[in-house]
Design a protein around this ligand. Structure first.
Ligand code: F9T
Length: 259
C-alpha cells in the first residue's frame, strides 16, 4: 500500500492553464506514475492543455473535448475514453462557473437563469460525469472521484454568493454519489481549497482581500498552493485513502477553523 499510481489511468477535467488547480492535480498524479486523460471545454483551451501535457514525463496523455453542459457531449467523451483506455482508476472534476456579475455584491441579485447556470455547471456536472463513468463501466477495478469545493459552500463568504449555494449542492452531491457508488468500490470526495490565484479567481469580487485575510489569520499564516492541493488529490486517488468516501478535506492552512 503506497502513493504510487504506476499502471493506473486518471481523468482530469478542467485544466485551463498552468495556474489551474486541475494542473496542480495533474502534476501530482503524473509524478506518481499515472497516465492522464485531460478533458477541456472550448477550442481556445485545447492548445494550452496540449502544450502543458507535452511537458509531462509520459507522452501518452489523451486530450478530449467535453462540454459538460451537454449530456450527449459527456456521453461521447466518456465513450471515447472507454475505447482508448478501457479502464480508469479515478477522476478529478475541477469545473465550475457562475456569472461574474453575480459574484459581487448582494446574493439577492441572483437571477433564476444565473442560479440555474451556476448549479448546472458547478454542481450537476459532477453527477452527469459520475453517471457516464458508471454507464460506460469505466471504473471496473473501483476508483476515486475527487471534486473541488470552497468554504463559501459551508458558510457566508462575502461576494461568493450563488457559487456558494452551488457548492453546497456539490458537497451534498458528493455524499449521495458516495452512497450509491460505494458498492462498486468507487469513492467520492471533495477537496475544499483555500483561495489560490487562478484564472477563475479573477472573476470574484474581493478575492485579494480574502488572500490577505488568510495570510494574517489562518493557523499556518499563509495561503496554499495548487501543488499542495494536488498532493491531497494524489492521496485521495491512492490506496492510502481506501477507507475515505463522502468526505470533504480542507486544504486551506486551517482557515476554516477560524471564526
Ligand atoms: C470571495 C471569495 C474569495 C475566495 C474564492 C476562492 C475560489 C476561487 C475560484 C473558484 O472557482 C471559480 C470558478 C468559476 C467561477 O466563475 C467565474 C470565474 C470567472 C469569470 C466568471 O464569469 N465566472 C468562480 C469561481 C472558487 O470556486 C473559489
Amino acid at each position: 500500500m503506497n502513493l504510487s499510481l504506476e499502471g493506473k489511468t486518471f481523468v482530469v477535467m478542467g485544466v485551463a492553464n498552468r495556474r489551474s488547480i486541475a494542473w496542480g492535480i495533474a502534476q501530482s498524479l503524473s509524478n506518481a506514475g499515472a497516465r492522464l486523460v485531460f478533458t477541456y471545454a472550448g477550442e481556445r483551451l485545447e492548445k494550452n492543455v496540449r502544450e502543458l501535457a507535452e511537458g509531462l514525463e509520459r507522452s501518452d496523455s489523451l486530450i478530449i473535448p467535453c462540454d459538460i453542459t451537454d449530456d450527449h457531449e459527456i456521453d461521447r467523451a466518456f465513450r471515447e475514453i472507454k475505447e482508448e483506455v478501457g479502464t480508469i482508476h479515478g477522476l478529478a472534476h475541477c469545473i465550475a462557473f457562475a456569472k461574474a456579475e453575480e459574484l459581487d455584491g448582494d446574493y439577492l441579485n441572483t437571477t433564476r437563469e444565473g442560479f440555474h447556470l451556476a448549479h448546472d455547471i458547478s454542481a450537476y456536472s459532477l453527477t452527469g460525469v459520475a453517471k457516464a463513468v458508471q454507464a460506460h463501466e469505466l471504473m471496473s477495478e473501483g476508483g476515486s472521484i475527487v471534486t473541488m469545493t470552497y468554504l463559501g459552500g459551508e458558510r457566508i463568504v462575502q461576494n461568493y454568493n450563488v457559487m456558494g449555494v452551488a457548492k453546497a449542492s456539490l458537497d451534498a452531491s458528493v455524499r449521495y454519489l458516495a452512497n450509491d457508488l460505494g458498492k462498486e468500490e468507487i469513492r467520492v470526495n471533495a477537496i475544499s481549497a483555500g483561495p489560490i490565484r487562478t484564472l477563475a479567481a479573477k472573476g470574484i469580487g474581493g478575492f485579494n482581500e480574502v488572500l490577505k485575510e488568510m495570510e494574517e489569520r489562518a493557523p499556518l499564516r499563509r495561503t496554499v498552493t495548487k501543488e499542495e492541493v494536488g498532493d491531497t488529490a494524489l492521496f485521495l486517488m491512492s490506496d492510502m485513502a481506501r477507507g475515505i468516501t463522502g468526505e470533504l478535506i480542507h486544504v486551506d492552512g486551517g482557515y476554516n477553523k477560524i471564526g
